[in-house]
Design a protein around this ligand. Structure first.
Ligand code: KG4
Ligand code: ZN
Length: 356
């Protein structure tokens, strides 16, 4: 099964062609990602209008490159997939409309993929792992612990009640005058800082649920920074190290709670799967291994370029759905908001009702 996937929900214009064998991991035939980081850097974050315009300008070329690198013609495809949300609506419209046009003209099935579902299924593309597994998705827009029980069968065990983890890293970086995106900069500074210098809070720790709250941590950091302003280079490094340590402690505690919830409801997970750009953070990865070891499971962290937004994950999720006959009609709508567990509700109302 050969599927083209298109991703335009945020600031990456991406297209990829993958092949899904009847069993086991997938084969990536091409995976083209054009990042808009430069366009948004001056604003310290993604500007929706700029993103949508950049997608319009780039997408046709990116799709053409993905097809030619895969040495496929549209006629060779078994399906055309696009991320239909959640995300910045202008960008989602560009990607989904392009996919609809390709599907219509070439008489191929269309698959409208939930972007979060694509992150959730990536570990099956890279490692061919079996269900059920526990997903920790941490990006600039999302922070979720999810039980992945099957294609279209997701139970959210925890989420952030305010900022996403990546967002907290980005805001910290902005506050300290570091560049965008902030995560990598904060990690770099933290490497030569003193994590014990500032006593920052560990919000939500000790609770039985697996929810997160990051905005208080960011505010506490701002207050500490204001107290000692103007900041020296060492101050900045120490603030970054203290912030990162607080996030690591929070993640470890929240994942422990999430894995306990998982085990109580669904039994042992086949793995703890990391996804999202924040998974690049080495200190956080260590926390994941720690939590997994305690729970008697392993960590699967797809290679970084497949953890961050890309077309291959959309194509793969499309292929997984296509294999189950889950295709969409041409009037499917783009969605700014689209919670993961809503897919579960649509696919199997009786099964998910018990977990509400
Ligand atoms: O998944 P992603 O590429 O895009 C979406 O947000 O969907 O994630 C980007 C986020 C940004 O907030 C960035 O600061 C964060 O991931 N990030 C990191 C690191 N690398 C990227 N956060 C912490 N440490 C890192 N090394
Ligand atoms: Zn994403």
């Amino acid at each position: 099964m050969v599927v083209l996937g298109i991703e335009t929900t945020c600031d990456e214009t991406a297209a990829a062609v993958i092949e899904r064998p009847p069993a086991g991991r997938g084969v990536i035939l091409s995976n083209i990602v054009l990042s808009q980081t430069v366009e948004h850097a001056a604003f310290g974050g993604v500007v929706p209008e700029i993103a949508a315009r950049a997608h319009v300008e780039a997408l046709d070329h990116i799709v053409a490159r993905a097809m030619s690198e895969a040495r496929k013609r549209f006629d060779d495809l078994d399906g055309v997939a696009a991320a239909a949300g959640p995300g910045l609506i202008g960008g989602v419209i560009v990607g989904l409309t392009t996919a609809k046009a390709i599907a219509l003209v070439n008489r191929k099935p269309l698959i409208a993929v939930n972007h979060l579902e694509a992150h959730a299924l990536t570990a099956r593309l890279t490692d061919g792992i079996a269900f059920p597994y526990c997903l920790f998705l941490a990006s600039g827009g999302h922070t979720q612990v999810v039980a992945v029980r099957g294609v279209g069968d997701y139970v959210r065990l925890g989420t952030t009640v305010d900022d996403a983890i990546g967002e907290a890293f980005d805001k910290t970086a902005k506050l300290l005058g570091l560049g965008y995106p902030g995560g990598p900069q904060v990690e770099k500074e933290a490497a030569h800082g003193d994590a014990a210098r500032f006593a920052l809070p560990r919000p939500m720790t000790g609770r039985n649920d697996a929810n997160f709250s990051l905005s208080g941590l960011k505010t506490a950091l701002r207050l500490e920074a204001e107290k000692i302003a103007p900041l020296t280079d060492q101050d900045v490094a120490d603030l970054c190290a203290s912030f990162q340590q607080a996030v690591v402690d929070v993640v470890l505690d929240r994942l422990r709670a999430g894995l306990k919830l998982f085990q109580a409801r669904f039994g042992a997970p086949t793995a703890l799967v990391a996804a999202g750009g924040v998974a690049a953070n080495q200190a956080l990865r260590k926390a994941l291994h720690h939590a997994a070891l305690e729970a008697g499971t392993i960590v699967i962290a797809p290679p970084l370029d497949l953890c961050t937004d890309n077309g291959a994950m959309i194509a793969w999720a499309g292929a997984e759905r296509l294999a189950l006959g889950l295709t969409d009609t041409l009037d499917v709508a783009p969605r700014a908001r689209w919670p993961l567990d809503e897919i579960a509700a649509a696919n199997a109302p009786a099964k998910t009702a018990a977990f509400k």
